[in-house]
Design a protein around this ligand. Sequence first.
Ligand SMILES: *Cc1c(COP(=O)(O)O)cnc(C)c1O
Length: 392
Amino acid sequence: MEWSDLQLETLAVRAGQERSQFGEHAEALYLTSSFVFKSAAQAAARFSGEEEGNVYARFSNPTVSMFQQRLAALEGAEDCVATSSGMSAIMALCLAHLKAGDHIVASNGLFGATLQLFGNILSRCGITCTTVPQTDAAAWEAAIRPETKLFFLETPSNPLTQVADVRTLSGIAHKHGILVAVDNCFCTPILQRPLELGADLVVHSATKYLDGQGRVLGGAVCGPKKLTEEVFKYLRTAGPTLSAFNAWVLLKGLETLKLRIEAQSASALELATWLEAHPQVERVFYPGLASHPQHDLAMSQQKAGGAIVSFQVKGGKEAAWKVVDHCQLLSITANLGDTKTTITHPATTTHGRISPEARAAAGISDGLLRIAVGLEAVQDIQADLTRGLVAG
Ligand SMILES: *Cc1c(COP(=O)(O)O)cnc(C)c1O
């Protein structure tokens, strides 16, 4: 039996499990910081890498390894390196593959902390970044310099759900010997497998849908071993390691990932369709809707639209805040990827620190709201939103 012959739902519950001598059915949680050797010779062989096996939990731990193998199987990747958070996965990817003098081209709609990392932290180490519109392939190509080493994108984007053409951008990058990394947080491998579309590396904030229940932080970098090996070398020395406990929680999260993301995505489509017909709603941003400017592209690289729906209410900030403040069920929080539906007003929260001009240029209007659809009944979510949408 080859893992690659199995379906995603099978991989989600089976891939990567290594049973111990005790024959436990569920994945074991190994809470140990170090591992013992049978002899001085074995210790030496483990340290030199001559013999495979665990040494110290900054490098590896059996529970973390099970999570890595399961996620790699789901992404169709040869290998996966888990990290303590999504941001440390992005940091590890960059410091493993870039050095002072190198240049990144990235979409301007990336997760805020990723933009901060590129613009304010890596820049201090001499790694520069040019941001371009996600959807403009010509702008990506025009931004390439001789020292460009990485294209970094996130599709669909947050909160406007703009879709990057992974096949086209990978084609452009590879002509110039540039690596392509995709943050696959919003789709997860259930809806989109960037490596199959031509990307070289996939990064995850496992904190979001992979856990899916808002419990722990985690991250991962997936790809061919020749690229993840460098990430592992960084990790074992710099130390942003995923804890065994979080890996164990994430392993269990992966088991229900397909069920959750498909149900949440189906509810998101129903909610987006309803919002689009609502008289108080100006515009809906959701890749699964035929009205989305890149609907065809989205459906050619994603199996469904995902669980994030953004919409612009009529009446600007006041009207948007009214919707938020009338919610009795939805959680008012900027987090996403949970079984509990969340609502956010991006202009005053996630995108509140950028200038009004930059915000307007990015298309984040004052009336914009973002919903990360969870597992509640759609009619209950609609009823909660209706309170604020119809309030005088
Ligand atoms: C949350 C998020 C991250 C960062 O992940 P953490 O686990 O919070 O460090 C990166 N990318 C995207 C798209 C995210 O939503």
